[in-house]
Design a protein around this ligand. Structure first.
Ligand code: ACM
Ligand code: ZN
Length: 534
């Protein structure tokens, strides 16, 4: 018996048998028309790096055909939702069965991981055994509908090609949400045609802090970057091809200094402001008393909605200071008119108004957990990142939906000393003691990468890999089937795939907590994590 195939996330059920199927120049893809997209993605995967001229034939029949890879629609045997699939590999044929295109696509991704890592390049792979698929029978479906990754492109800008490369890895790992943090105090990154200064001014800063939140050191050079709407559309289409929803985040009403530097009239004081060059701040806040703030956000969100088909639009809501509101005559007048007792209630007034704007356009608001309030719009989705899980239990009981991204478990901007791989892997998104009937309110897990200290892709990949793989497995694999030792071995094998794609990672001997590396892990919050040279 051969070693068990190395697939991340681990499938729900897998049985391995003797023998293999070889993809070669006689292989054909047979597909039922509704699943054609998955067939095209498979053809590209097999074609880009081989000399095989693999053809796709549309067929209504489900009978396996010799030498073919058949992608069949099956709503009788594959019943665990749109992302479920069965994969059967025999010496004679391969069959992927799914009820929906997403499931068929994930069947293709599993097949991809069963092929040799060398197929991840676009260089022709001539070694025949690279095209061998082990005989398996797999029955697979996800634990959670939301398996997300967030990238902060505001603190540091990363170009389109980096994002596309990440999206392809996310798809390979069966992750289905790319949460794109597009604005913050340190930069506005998405072109808004009606407000050109957001790019002319807001996408540029004079310098950047280096060394950590309390460091006086500056990098000594300006930083800038933005995505045109065309680039954003290209990213959305590329993600859509890989069953990934791009959820854009326009952070409001705090974390808004880049917008206020561009349009200071949106603030309580009128400014002036500069795009921040340091990272620990809570100052840039839109004025909630002035109507022009809502006009601006309506216009911005209209353009965002036009670019991003996602049903869910993220409006941030985190770390908003109420200081300027307390001193502002317009905000005070708003509190009076709306009968609000505390300045903090202005945030709920604001969030609910934006939620209505989005509802009117058929979209749903999402925010970080600071948006939580008893009277928050009932359909708003909350991303939990800080505070005690206990606090969200009453909201879960009332049916509020949550995505889980707790700071101490999945904030992978932290050093491995503070957040070792095992701790990420062992985190479970369903709070202990949550009644079974409410488990459905936990939509899933999302791993954010904040980039205050991530200035290049080498650092990015170091922070991401292997921890992203751990989150992918938590999002998909049943809790009872998770096994850390098995995961680690498979993650190490996945590294070969990353290398083929020109990506790097943290070696496995660097990702565990070792007492001698630090007796005070918490200090690592204050200093920039280090990536060894070499
Ligand atoms: C956050 O980390 N401020 C959501
Ligand atoms: Zn104000």
């Amino acid at each position: 018996m051969e070693a068990s195939p190395s697939i991340i996330p681990a499938p729900v059920k897998l049985s391995l048998s003797q023998g293999s199927f070889s993809v070669d120049k006689t292989t054909r893809i047979l597909v039922a028309e509704p699943l054609l997209h998955a067939a095209t993605m498979l053809k590209n995967l097999l074609h880009d790096n081989s000399s095989f001229d693999i053809t796709i034939e549309e067929t209504a029949g489900n009978a396996p055909d010799r030498r073919s890879i058949a992608i069949v629609q099956d709503t009788v045997r594959v019943t665990e939702g749109p992302e479920a699939y069965n994969l059967a590999i025999t010496p004679d044929y391969v069959q992927i069965a799914a009820s929906k295109p997403q499931g068929a696509f994930y069947g293709v991704q599993t097949l991809r991981q069963l092929l040799d890592p060398s197929i991840e390049t676009t260089v022709p792979v001539t070694r025949a055994d690279a095209w061998n698929l082990p005989c398996v029978e797999i029955h697979d479906y996800p634990r959670f509908p939301w398996r997300g990754f967030m990238l902060d492109t505001a603190r540091h800008f990363f170009g389109k090609d980096t994002i596309l490369r990440l999206l392809d890895v996310l798809a390979c790992l069966k992750m289905n949400v790319f949460h794109w943090h597009l604005t913050d105090d340190q930069g506005w990154r998405i072109e808004i045609k009606k407000y050109p200064k957001l790019i002319e001014i807001g996408s540029k800063r004079k310098d950047s802090q280096v060394g950590g939140y309390i460091s006086p050191k500056m990098e000594g050079k300006p930083h800038e970057g933005h995505y045109t709407q065309d680039e954003a559309r290209e990213i959305v289409a590329y993600a859509q091809d890989r069953c990934i929803t791009v959820v854009p985040e326009i952070d409001t009403p705090g974390h808004s200094t880049a917008a206020l530097a561009s349009y200071p009239e949106l603030s309580c004081t009128g400014g002036p402001f500069e795009v921040f060059t340091k990272f620990a701040t809570m100052k840039g806040v839109y004025c909630i008393g002035k109507e022009r703030t809502f006009t601006f956000l309506q216009d911005v969100l209209d353009e965002i909605i036009d670019i991003f088909p996602s049903k869910i639009i993220h409006i941030g809501g985190d770390e908003t200071s109420t200081l300027s509101w307390k001193k502002c005559p317009d905000c005070k007048a708003r509190m009076k008119a709306e009968n609000l007792g505390k300045a903090r209630e202005l945030q709920t007034f604001f969030t609910n108004r934006v939620a209505r704007m989005l509802q009117d356009r058929g979209r749903t608001l999402m925010g970080w957990n600071e948006v939580l309030a008893a009277d928050l719009a009932p359909d708003a989705i909350v991303q939990f990142w800080t505070g005690r899980t206990k606090r969200i239990m009453p909201h879960l009981a009332k049916g509020r939906q949550f995505v889980m991204s707790p700071f101490f478990n999945v904030y992978i901007d932290h050093d491995y000393v503070l957040l070792p791989l095992k701790m990420v892997y062992e985190y479970d998104p369903v709070p202990k003691n949550l009644p079974e009937s409410q488990h459905k309110n936990i939509l899933g897990i999302e791993v954010p990468l904040w980039t205050e200290w991530v200035r290049n892709t080498r650092r990015m990949y170091w922070q991401l890999f292997p921890r992203l793989l751990a989150v992918a497995e938590t999002g998909w694999t049943p809790r009872a089937s998770k096994d850390y030792a098995s995961f680690k071995a498979r993650a190490e094998q996945f590294y070969a795939r990353l290398l083929q794609k020109g990506m790097s990672f943290a070696p496995m001997d660097r990702v565990e907590r070792k007492w001698y590396r630090s007796l005070l892990p918490i200090l690592h919050l204050l200093f920039e994590p280090k990536v060894p040279q070499g």
